[in-house]
Design a binder for this molecule. Structure first.
Ligand code: FAD
Length: 620
């Protein structure tokens, strides 16, 4: 029934979809097997993409040729660029998404991708011989062969759902869990762990009183994720903000004795930065209210996602507490919140290509590696799909540097340091975040996507044109002056000190309060120069003018660090040869098998003095 595939991807979540699309677009024959074709790219929790650091990841995946950005743009119901009052390294695109449309667009995109077949089934095991995977077994008793396999099982491996004292098997609400894979991999020698996450109840939007809540609209001049010319919805939907109060907290506390978290029934560690409402009340007892974001689930549904109210308390307690929130007095619940525990594989068992060290040609991506979040999953899937394709075709692997992308930071963190709790991306995890901005993801990464064959010549040419146009505009501002009389009224209105002599445009843009768009309104030559340029090119030029000196300093630091970072270590290096490193360092170095001295230096337990000794051996 099935011929042999180049690649089988297990699971059509955010990781699996990107993995399958990337490998197929590179030319591999791909079979994407997923339990339920009705839930392809299902957003298990919040209907939103992006946010702080996560938005940068979506832009990076897009710049490399992935689909998440395009699909998010097509299905956005509200867009906001977060942190715009801070420096550009912190600007983070975030979109409220139509959950059903997102899944539909992903499915259509996969159906339109050549070389990609779909099969609805439950994978229960892997075909492994001589430490190499060569296919999968399904619950229908079918064996399908392939040269490589990417596992992206998300929260489904031995998933257990908890609502109060009730617990039952499931990979997500109303979906069954997956058994067999963990057991087989553990038997083969891999280590597995347990994590947990949770989600809030969903309510009927028709039962809410929005007059008691604050409106929250998207950006008027809205941005987007994708660097392509995808058509965007013209309209946006409103979201709302309301707050819990001490009454709500008291009601929730009544359920604590039945809480699976507090009674110890849940063993796995949850995401610290996405705590449940009961966790928040417990940990921040001094706070008498918590913010609740009231978010529509789409254009054509009245279902509302109650962001900030994640809970696994009994459903009657959830209901009673919800109705004490202003605006929710008559709320009808569509679905209760719940917590889920699932298996993951500590990611230190992977190499930087996301291939397992134990089983050749087996790659793991997404929540199965201990991460949380659609964006974190999507970028891993994308990288695993590429690297699986490259490996089976004897092509070079794609490993991103920490100074090159958030994707590089994420994978290096996972593989080198591992994670004890669900890992999510933050800007603070990236030491070179000044360089890893959302605005320059295309400039940083499109050449890599092009070299792989995922970005067209035309698209790369557009990026090169953007760079050239932005540079030319910066140059223009250095030579073009502005008269005091033209500039001063504008400067006054922006709260910036007035001029007492004519200056070059560049010196005004260097001021924090003044932007190129302000100057375009008062400088005719600048208006003419920029008349054919798009918003992103003008923004790029402005960021360069304002922050160039900081970028130069950061680049110098990166160059210095690269000398150590790039020093390669043979994966088979025998650390027993080095007597003067600590026992712990030796064990960890053998386990992680770092590829560079830089990676070795980030392994916990490997000290700077161990690195100095290692450096001597490597230089020999
Ligand atoms: P998933 O999206 O889980 O997709 C896995 C896919 O694999 C599914 O399609 C499934 O059907 C399929 N599959 C699994 N096993 C098999 C098998 N054996 N055979 C065939 N198909 C299989 N993230 C946040 O950032 N913040 C949150 O607050 C948050 N809360 C969450 C709450 C809940 C209840 C859940 C379930 C998830 C939550 N997440 C949250 C996590 C987010 O949903 C995931 O990080 C993201 O979906 C992971 O993507 P993935 O592709 O790795 O896996």
């Amino acid at each position: 029934m099935f011929s042999k595939y180049d690649l089988i991807v297990v699971g059509a979540g955010h990781a699996g979809c990107e993995a399958a699309a990337a490998a197929a677009n590179l030319g591999s024959s791909v079979l994407l097997i997923t339990m339920n074709m009705g839930t392809i790219a299902q957003m298990s929790c919040n209907p939103a993409m992006g946010g702080v650091a996560k938005g940068q990841i979506v832009r990076e995946v897009d710049a490399l040729g992935g689909y998440s950005g395009i699909i998010s743009d097509k299905t956005t119901i509200q867009f906001r660029m977060l942190n715009q009052s801070k420096g550009p390294a912190m600007w983070s695109p975030r979109a409220q998404i139509d959950r059903m449309r997102f899944a539909e667009e992903w499915r259509l995109a996969l159906e339109r991708t050549p070389n990609l077949d779909l099969w609805q089934d439950n994978v229960v095991g892997l075909l492994v011989k001589d430490d190499t995977v060569y296919g999968v077994k399904t619950s229908l008793g079918i064996e399908i062969e392939s040269k490589a396999v990417v596992l992206t099982n998300g929260t489904f491996l031995n998933g257990i759902i908890h609502i109060g004292e009730k617990k039952f098997g499931g990979g997500r609400t109303a979906e069954r869990s997956s058994t067999g894979i963990t057991e087989q991999l553990v038997e083969l020698g891999m280590e597995a762990g347990r994590m947990k996450t949770g989600t809030p109840p969903r309510v009927d939007g028709r039962s809410l009183d929005y007059t008691k809540m604050d409106e929250q609209w998207g950006d008027q001049d809205r941005g987007k994720f994708s660097f392509t010319d995808t058509e965007l919805p013209t309209d946006q939907r409103c979201c709302w903000i309301t707050y819990t109060n001490s009454e709500v907290h008291e009601t929730l506390k009544e359920g604590f004795e039945k809480s699976p978290m507090f009674t110890g029934r849940i063993k796995g560690l949850g995401p610290r930065y996405c705590p449940s409402i009961e966790d928040k009340i417990n940990r921040f007892a001094e706070r008498d209210r918590h913010q609740i974001f009231v978010e529509p689930e789409g254009w054509n549904t009245c279902e509302i996602y109650v962001n900030g109210f994640s809970t696994s308390l009994p459903e009657d307690v959830q209901f009673k507490a919800l109705r004490q929130i202003p605006g929710f007095e008559q709320a009808k619940m569509f679905r209760p919140g719940y917590a889920i525990e699932y298996d993951f594989f500590p990611p230190t068992q992977l190499s930087l290509t996301l291939e397992t060290k134990l089983i050749n040609n087996l790659f793991l991506a997404g929540q199965i590696n201990g991460t949380t979040g659609y964006e974190e999953a999507a970028c891993q899937g994308f990288m695993a799909g590429i690297n699986a394709h490259q490996k089976i075709n004897d092509k070079h692997e794609l490993i991103m540097k920490r100074s090159e992308s958030y994707i590089g930071v994420l994978i290096d963190d996972l593989v080198t340091k591992g994670t004890e709790e669900p890992y999510r991306m933050f800007t603070s995890r990236a030491e070179h975040r000044l360089l890893l901005r959302q605005d320059n993801a295309d400039i940083r990464l499109s050449p890599i996507g092009h070299q792989l064959g995922l970005i067209s010549d035309e698209r790369l040419e557009k990026v090169n044109q953007k760079i050239a146009n932005a540079d030319a505009l910066v140059k223009f501002t250095r030579t073009q002056g502005i008269e005091m009389a033209d500039a001063n009224p504008m400067l006054e209105s922006l709260g910036s000190s007035e001029l007492n002599q004519n200056v070059k445009l560049h010196s005004l843009v260097s001021r924090p309060q003044v932007g190129l768009l302000d100057l375009i309104k008062v400088s005719k030559p600048l208006a003419e120069k920029t008349s054919t340029l798009d918003k992103e090119t003008i923004e790029q030029a402005e960021i360069k003018i304002k922050y160039e000196s900081y970028f130069e300093k950061e680049n110098e630091i990166v160059d210095k660090m690269m000398r150590m970072e790039d020093k390669e270590i043979n994966p088979d290096f025998d650390y027993n040869k080095i007597v003067s490193i600590s026992k712990e360092a030796r064990e960890k170095l053998f386990k992680i098998k770092p590829r560079t001295l830089g990676q070795a230096s980030r392994i916990s337990g490997v000290s700077p003095s161990d690195i100095s000794v290692l450096m001597i051996y490597i230089n020999k």
